[in-house]
Design a protein around this ligand. Structure first.
Ligand code: NAD
Ligand code: ZN
Ligand code: ZN
Length: 388
């Protein structure tokens, strides 16, 4: 089959590889009909999250069930499903507590970084490096889906792939950022990042009746797009100070009730050429995380959706304590909310596919990564078709 294979930072190509096989009675094999490139994939592409061996990329995918393991009873060949991006067993302590990203069974070997204080087992993700379980991803013609009794959700026939594809990750993720903010209606929300995740967070804030949604980005074209889609207010980030000042001006000098970080860790990029990762905390979005702490009001909530490496520990604890800020962070626990969100799509309460700017065949995956990474050609979200 064809698949998008990561070889080294900056080098992802469409290769011919072996078809996946059922390895466990709870597996299915899915014929992938649509798959997307995520900002999280860019952390691997940039080398920020390292991967030594070649690996099939992709955790945002959907398709048609091709084959089922012996213990899969609720799905049959021909069913059309979307698949949450965390791989989780459904029965361990964490899965039972609505925390599938911390599943104890899907990634039993993972422990935190050497010498660190974390010695925890961690969860697994599709196509997201050996650290997250070493599973093959779904930017491919076929993918093995483990624990298929727990993850995949059938899709109503009247909905197209593009209408539901983002239920795999970015809609639940953006939605979680707002859900963590405990909005009751009437709150002010600042969303840092107008990429796919920030766009979904802004849409979710509108869905939750926020009185003011302010989206911040360094790219004017992305701000223009999300403003058109949601009617939000926008700030073009030039530096942290002026951004924070503008947010205060727009919120009676207090800061917003909720700040959502949807940018993520940005490493020094020069290593793509040098093939060696240098984590430079002065660069990029560390400043955004700090800006969130400044732009949120006293007693407010900061939702951190952007991905930070496990060894990042540069925290403004003094300010967090003084302002009494609540921080919620992490990979999105998709399973407990996906059915509710599917219903929102089905009943037209939200539209997801209007952020797609590029549709490419899987063969052109290298181009897809390049334009999404470099933010070229007005790119917001790239969807790949494995069969074109
Ligand atoms: P993206 O790269 O398209 O979006 C990031 C956006 O941040 C871009 O529009 C960029 O211009 C903007 N940005 C950069 N510097 C900025 C600054 N100083 N101020 C404001 N905006 C700035 O990626 P995405 O797909 O939207 O993903 C965003 C983050 O969310 C990534 O870190 C990704 O890994 C993470 N993510 C997390 C989860 C989760 O489960 N928590 C799920 C999906 C993605
Ligand atoms: Zn993703
Ligand atoms: Zn589990």
């Amino acid at each position: 089959m064809k698949a998008a294979v990561f070889h080294s930072p900056g080098n992802i190509t469409c290769d011919t590889v072996e078809d996946p096989k059922i390895l466990d009675d709870h597996d299915i094999i899915l014929k992938v009909t649509s798959t997307a490139i995520c900002g999280s994939d860019l952390h691997i592409y940039s080398g920020g999250i390292p991967q030594a061996k070649p690996m099939i990329m992709g955790h945002e995918f959907m398709g048609i069930v091709e084959e089922t393991g012996k213990n899969i009873t609720h799905l049959k060949a021909g069913d059309r499903v979307v698949v949450p991006f965390p791989i989780a067993c459904g029965s361990c302590f964490f899965c039972q507590h609505d925390l599938p990203t911390a599943c104890e069974h899907s990634n039993p070997d993972f422990y935190g970084p050497e010498g660190g204080i974390f010695k925890e087992k961690g969860g697994a993700l599709f196509g997201y490096t050996d650290l997250y379980g070493g599973y093959s991803g779904g930017q491919a013609q076929y993918v093995r889906v483990p624990y298929a009794h727990f993850g995949p959700r059938k899709v109503p026939e009247n909905l197209t792939d593009e209408q539901v594809l983002f239920l795999t990750d970015i809609f639940p993720t953006g939605y979680s950022g707002v859900m963590w903010g405990e909005l009751k209606g009437g709150e002010t929300v600042a969303v840092f990042g107008a990429g796919p995740v920030g766009s979904m967070a802004a849409k979710s804030a509108v869905l939750h009746n926020a009185s003011k949604v302010i989206v911040i980005d360094t790219l004017q074209y992305r701000l223009d797009k999300i403003k058109k889609l949601t009617g939000c207010e926008t700030i073009l980030w030039e530096d942290a100070e002026s951004t924070i000042e503008q947010i205060r001006d727009m919120t009676d000098g207090r800061g917003t009730d909720l700040c959502i970080e949807a940018v993520g860790f940005e490493p020094e990029r020069s290593f793509i050429d040098k093939a060696k990762a240098v984590l430079n905390f002065e660069k990029g979005s560390i400043k955004v995380l700090e800006a969130c702490m400044s732009a949120v009001r006293r007693g407010g909530i900061v939702s951190v959706l952007g991905v930070y490496p496990v060894n990042y520990d540069n925290f403004r604890l003094g300010q967090i304590f003084d302002k009494g800020i609540t921080i919620k962070a992490g990979q999105c626990n998709v399973h407990p909310i996906i059915d509710r969100l599917m219903n929102y799509v089905e009943t037209d309460r939200i539209t997801l596919d209007d952020i797609i700017t590029h549709r490419l065949p899987l063969d052109a995956v290298d181009k897809g990564y390049q334009i999404f990474d470099k933010k070229e050609d007005g790119c917001v979200k790239v969807v790949l078709d494995p069969w074109k």
